[in-house]
Design a protein. Sequence first.
Length: 445
Amino acid sequence: MTMLSVAEARAKARTRLRSSMSTWATQSDPVVVEIALHPPTEKQVLEDQAVAMEWAGTWRKVAAPEASDSKPENLNSPNIDWAQRSWARVGRQQIPLRLRLRTPDAVANFVGGDEARWWRRLRDRTATIRSRFDDQHAAASARVKDVVANNEDAAACVDPLVSAIRAHAKRILGLAEAEFATLLDVVDWLRDNPVGTLRPRQLPIRGVDSKWFETHRSLVTALLEATGRPEAVDVLDAEPRIRLRILDPELIPSGLSDVTAPVTQLSELAIAPRLVFVFENLESVLAMPDWADAVAVHGSGYAVDNVARQAWVHGARVIYWGDLDSHGFAILSRLRKHLPHVNSTLMAEGTLIDHKDLWVQEPKPHTGVLPELTGTETRALARLRAEGDVRLEQERIPWATALAALKATAASAGESADASNKSSASQGEPTTSASEPAAPRRAQG
């Protein structure tokens, strides 16, 4: 068996520190990390005595056999179990058997580097949070002790502050010192002051604005819930907005053609388009020509759910066009959960292959399963991944190519509607078509 080097033991301890950091920071139970050093046998020593002696010497520098581990100050230092071997041909030797790190600080001290700094920061910030909200923490801790004393299931009674810190340890760790201080001030203030429906801009806390609150809201909410005041975070964020281009002026006689408005207000718009284009690229929305009975909507990425909240969308045919990459398909899948009748365009394998010279690498691809995709879309996604997570950005496709595809998809999506219109026409009802761009009908003065 290979002797474990100091570097290899340090790597093992580093992995353990990374995976256990949030647990260790929030528990009072003792922590001992033991790592077997796999010392050599007499036969192995004889095969290369110099290497064996050098190996033992490196561990002696970490913690010599003579070092006393009984003093409290030594608990945060590495400790090694040494054993004396009396070998016939090598003689009496002190051999390191096992590395013992008896506290999280001992693990951090042995590991060193960034991980040690991260541990100390999380340890100190956890202590600060628990001290700041000591009244709630004390009550929860007392309840946990009662549970244990009565042999109840301790898992049924988890300290909510501990749960919050563990769930958000990475975010707590990543805050700059000023941000962390502001976080505590915000939680303190919201806990003690009922806010009703204040805007983030109205909070009387230095350094807090709507952007800060949007970034840190989940962490603030978790800590407030841990203090027993989940309702205290009733602070309003700005309502998301949607940009809409009305491609047929007759849909809204006022002449308004380019609208950006809150989601709820836009849903009340008195329009009834027969065709809705949803694009992820704003330039594509702005480039759209006049189109009878049609509108173009900027999807805004994963906020595409907001498109489905528009009342006037549900009675229309919907065509989605996004970047030809994993996230584009994830957004399409998300939209189709709310609007099952959505058709996609330019999101097939053929489009990808035809524009191979325009591919770029997708930095952080989506890896989840997307069951709402059609067979054609699923094959295109598989090809993207097989080619090494490439992407074809929407705006890189020539506009003439894009417009031709939009016309074809609109015509295909409108076939069933046209059949319905013919049936209506036989009963004397007027018919129109939203399959192609056209100079829209304009009201006569």
